[in-house]
Write a protein that binds this ligand. Structure first.
Ligand code: FE2
Length: 209
């Protein structure tokens, strides 16, 4: 049974530094007919549980701790028993949304999350946040980039705990080194490819965002 990728768009808010903004998030589900993982349980536990269906949910993998990416994670975990995984560098962001809860487990660079006979390698890509990660699935020809890389440039680095030079280093060294045809499945908006984005790195550095 080949692994496949399911995609949801869910709507809610993102809050940080005293502001709140309406956002649409991409929720990615990787699995087969028997088991699955969720990448970023955003906003809508009902919709995510429906998309998982009666499959065994092995893990809820969080690309980073911003509340729009983790707000529904405890609810999906409670319904399915799946562990919530987050890089410890983003625990302070998680705690802003879930002060009385902890993620179930940690993500670390080089770790491989296995589902449906394939592996997704954790790439620690700080910059948008200190504990931001991407998930690279070579068997699927894709990387799940969270808010580190979008169609058109890097993720935002204007708010607390973000750093532009750091995200540029992460993108240059960890993402643009992947095969050019690698599909980049992002945390918000349209997908892109490594090859489509790589030529623009110098423009992003020059403009500073
Ligand atoms: Fe974010």
């Amino acid at each position: 049974m080949a692994a496949r990728i399911d995609h949801l768009v869910t709507s809610g808010t993102f809050s940080l530094d005293g502001g709140t903004w309406e956002v649409d998030n991409n929720v990615w589900i990787v699995g087969d007919d028997d088991e699955a993982i969720v990448i970023d349980a955003a906003h809508d536990a009902d919709a995510i549980a429906a998309a998982v269906g009666n499959r065994r949910l092995l893990a809820i993998v969080s690309t980073h701790g911003h509340d729009d990416h983790v707000d529904a994670a405890p609810a999906v975990s409670a319904r399915t028993g799946a562990p919530v995984l987050l890089h410890p560098g983003d625990l302070m962001l998680w705690k802003q949304r879930h002060p009385d809860l902890n993620p179930t487990g940690e993500l670390s660079d080089g770790q491989v999350v296995e589902v449906a006979g394939i592996g997704l390698r954790v790439l620690h890509t700080p910059g948008h946040s200190p504990g931001a990660v991407c998930l690279y699935a070579p068997d699927l020809g894709t990387v799940f980039s969270g808010d580190t890389l979008f169609a058109g440039g890097p993720g935002a680095t204007g708010r607390s705990y973000s750093d532009f030079p750091t995200i540029i280093t992460s993108i240059r060294e960890r993402l643009l080194t992947l095969p050019a045809e690698t599909e980049v499945r992002t945390g918000h908006g349209e997908s892109t490819t490594v090859g489509a984005e790589a030529p623009h790195l110098d423009e992003w550095i020059a403009r500073g965002h």
